[in-house]
Design a protein around this ligand. Structure first.
Ligand code: AMP
Length: 249
């Protein structure tokens, strides 16, 4: 069974984001980029399936500029078998990514596709759902456990106030939640080995996919700065401030 995993190159989660002065987006100059954290979880889950003998091959796919190859290399260093880079310098919206993935899936025929529940840069939470719809496949979103048995999958989902377990007929799309697993670090020998693993390069044109944007960003603004806190002398003063200044009680 082949597993295809999508890995997006995003601004590292430790970076303090700066909004560009013209409010058109986020400043990416000299900013550390890393694999989207939910995609690390997706790779980890695929590797565990291969180690358990359920999966035979793990393919890491990324859509982005040449530099997205580094993200694929990270996936290969974690243990993925090979990579596919769909190269474009254009910003690709979730629908475009889903269409590109569908085109690759028609060539590769995986039984399981794992993507993150959301990319921490655009916070769209759309790609997995759109991909499942385009393919006509079942989907298990926000997965906190995945168990494959024969041609079906039991996917446990984190929902408001509890857990829901679905029985899905393969092939399926799974999107990962934070508690699915704890991703491994790539060891130095595996980083060296990853340099020799193959990465296939394709373009949206070769795949016959139109990635023209459908959305226009009107503006991006930084959150308002928080005001400094004040020390209060007593509980009575606190209650008074909450009531008469903050108006929250
Ligand atoms: P989003 O719908 O943008 O929040 O992204 C959800 C998931 O889709 C991510 O965690 C990735 O697994 C996948 N994804 C989105 N954009 C890309 C991309 N450019 N390259 C690879 N995977 C992507």
């Amino acid at each position: 069974m082949k597993v295809l995993v999508a890995v997006k190159r995003v601004v590292d989660y430790n970076v303090k984001i700066r909004v560009k002065a013209d409010q058109t987006g986020v400043d990416l100059a000299n900013v550390k980029m890393s694999m989207n954290p939910f995609d690390e979880i997706a790779i980890e889950e695929a590797l565990r399936l291969r180690e358990a003998g359920t999966a035979t091959e793990v393919i890491a796919l990324s859509v982005g500029p040449q530099a997205a190859q580094e993200t694929i290399r990270t996936a290969l260093a974690m243990g993925a078998d090979r990579g596919i880079l769909i190269k474009t310098d254009q910003e690709v919206e979730p629908l475009g990514v889903a269409k590109l993935m569908k085109a690759v899936i028609s060539e590769e025929a995986p039984d399981l596709v794992i993507v993150g529940k959301q990319a921490i840069d655009d916070d769209s939470n759309q790609t997995g759902q759109m991909l499942a719809a385009l393919l006509g496949w079942a989907q298990g979103t926000f997965a906190s456990a995945v168990n494959l048995e024969g041609g079906t999958a039991k996917v446990t989902r984190e929902i408001d106030g509890g857990l829901q377990t679905l029985d899905l007929k393969m092939p399926i799309v799974v999107t990962t939640d934070l508690r699915l697993n704890e991703p491994r670090y790539a060891s130095l020998p595996n980083i060296m080995k990853a340099k020799k693993k193959p990465i296939d390069e394709k373009t949206p044109e070769e795949l016959g996919v139109d990635i023209a944007p459908r959305l226009t960003t009107l503006k991006v603004v930084a959150p308002e700065k928080r005001q400094a806190g004040v020390m209060v002398e007593s509980v009575a003063e606190l209650v008074d401030k909450l009531k008469n200044e903050a108006g929250v009680i």
